[in-house]
Ligand binder design. Structure first.
Ligand SMILES: [Zn+2]
Length: 304
């Protein structure tokens, strides 16, 4: 009997989160769900949004609240991307593990430097991101940093599986680094291309690949393209060579099509995250698909 209770105690100490040591993860976006699964394949992972939804604007539905209630860790982009809905879920779920300041609340943007931070924000600037651009899952080097930090956080929450999380993160990073090398070779012809984008969704990706953003379909961040603004982009296209117009799969394509037809520049829908296209089924295929589509729409040679 004493041996049995000792065994039970040892077991409980080894697996403090649940009897199987499996974390329950609430991921705000598909990219963080994929990363969580890579680090913790045993975890129960729930994804709050899809690539067809605008992650800036999500309804705090009852289904999301009940999922958050069960979470050991919430993994989100941060930098205020989810500011319109995440705080409501935290409050209504009343889950004491995932409130502000808790270890169970993990923001990717807190683990890296963001680009486009703003010193001062005033209401005339539109729906800007003062803490910098939150769409950092499209920079592979930042993803690597987030991977290490997320594995560390999971290990803190579930120390019994520390070695496993660390080993899985290492395995993911090795594979990821080999892909970065390959991507940089394949995407080399994109360097110096000029794009018009729609919101700052792809800024990290384009900065990494050396692609210039010469215009944006949004007159101000968060505002849809106005006819006046589109006319100014058409003027721009006469002075500056534009190679392509890109927009994310959740965005309205009307503005891009309008400019495309009049400026004689191709427009292309790109997956913003996993599931945004048929080809993007995980993080690696998402990057593959983005690069292939960019090469194609800008008429660049494919070196792969
Ligand atoms: Zn944004």
């Amino acid at each position: 009997m004493r041996i049995l209770s000792k065994l039970l105690l040892a077991f409980a100490l080894a697996f403090p989160v649940s009897s199987h040591g499996a974390l329950t993860v609430f991921a705000c976006e598909p990219e963080w769900a994929a990363l969580s699964e890579a680090i913790a394949p045993e975890a129960k992972v729930y994804t709050a949004t899809t690539a067809r939804q605008d992650p800036h604007h999500i309804q705090a539905r009852p289904g999301l609240i009940s999922k958050m209630r069960k979470a050991d860790i919430v993994v989100c982009s941060g930098a205020e991307l989810e500011t319109g809905w995440l705080p409501v879920l935290q409050m209504k779920s009343a889950n004491p593990k995932v409130q502000t300041g808790d270890k169970g609340l993990f923001f990717a943007a807190d683990q890296v430097e963001t680009i486009g931070k703003l010193e001062k924000v005033d209401p005339t600037m539109g729906d800007v991101h003062p803490e910098g651009n939150p769409h950092l899952h499209l920079d592979p080097y930042r993803v690597e940093k987030v991977t290490r930090a997320l594995a560390e956080r999971m290990a803190e929450l579930d120390p019994g599986n520390r070695d496993q999380y660390k080993a899985n993160a290492k395995k993911f990073s090795e594979r990821w680094e080999a892909n970065i090398e390959r991507w940089e070779k394949v995407a080399a012809p994109l360097k110096g291309k000029n794009l018009v984008t729609y919101h700052s969704n792809f800024d990290y990706l384009l900065e990494w690949l050396g692609v210039n953003v010469v215009g944006d379909l949004e007159p101000k961040p968060g505002l849809p393209p106005s006819s006046r603004h589109l006319a100014s982009l058409l003027e721009l296209s006469k002075k500056t060579s534009i190679d392509a117009i890109i927009f994310a799969s959740y965005q309205d394509k009307k503005g891009a099509d309008w400019l495309s037809q009049r400026a004689g520049v191709p427009a292309k829908e790109l997956p913003m995250t996993i599931g945004g296209s048929e080809q993007s089924v995980d993080l690696i295929s998402l990057y593959d698909d983005l690069i292939q589509k960019l090469l194609k729409v800008t008429g660049s040679p494919d070196n792969s």
